[in-house]
Design a binder for this molecule. Structure first.
Ligand code: PNS
Length: 177
């Protein structure tokens, strides 16, 4: 059975990766599918996210990484997948996830949504929490893989450099005229 694990993954966290690892033992193949969403302003481009996820899942031979746009069930049909995989962290996730599952069921009766309970240690964790901590200069080393933590620090360093003209003037090389 093939499962699609769709999401924004901006960026992927240890919570997502825990779910991927566990689901890779349940399904023949798991495809982590990054939504190309033109309505969101992500921290990382889809290509950066794909690379981050590929590196984080390279030890799992039956896990693939891909991007898609449009409806998730259409993408699942195209991949001949039978399952949409989603994680449930808390009751607060349940309402929106159930609505999504019911909506997807109206679009395809052949595709089942399967929920996996997030491991207890990651029940607080989301991509937004990671970005919030990093934005205010905190460490995210315990929340994402090392290569992604590095990407995040670089990203926020660049942003703070760009928004602080004093630092920009002293650190960035001047353009020659
Ligand atoms: O990581 P996220 O942002 O919670 O993932 C949400 C996602 C990508 C799974 C959801 O928004 C989605 O499936 N979008 C694609 C459009 C779609 O299929 N909509 C119908 C279901 S509501």
């Amino acid at each position: 059975m093939i499962a699609i694990y769709p999401g924004s993954f901006d960026p992927i966290t240890l919570g997502h990766l825990d779910l991927i690892q566990r689901s890779s033992r349940l399904f023949e193949r798991v495809i982590v599918a990054v939504l190309r969403n033109p309505h969101k302003m992500p921290l990382f481009t889809v290509e950066q996210r794909l690379e981050q996820i590929r590196l984080a899942t390279k030890h799992l031979p039956n896990v693939g990484v891909d991007s898609f746009d449009g409806l998730t069930v259409k993408y699942a049909q195209m991949q001949q997948a039978q399952v949409l995989l989603r994680g449930l962290r808390a009751v607060s996730d349940f309402e929106i996830e159930l609505q999504m599952a019911h909506t997807n069921k109206t679009l395809s009766t052949q595709i089942e949504t399967v929920f996996l309970a997030t491991s207890n240690e990651y029940s607080f964790l989301s991509s937004s929490v990671v970005k919030e901590i990093a934005r205010f200069g905190g460490s995210v080393d315990h929340l994402v893989p090392p290569h992604i933590a590095l990407d995040i620090y670089q990203c926020y360093n660049q942003k703070s450099l760009a928004s602080n003209p004093t630092i920009t003037a002293t650190i960035l090389p001047q353009e020659s005229t």
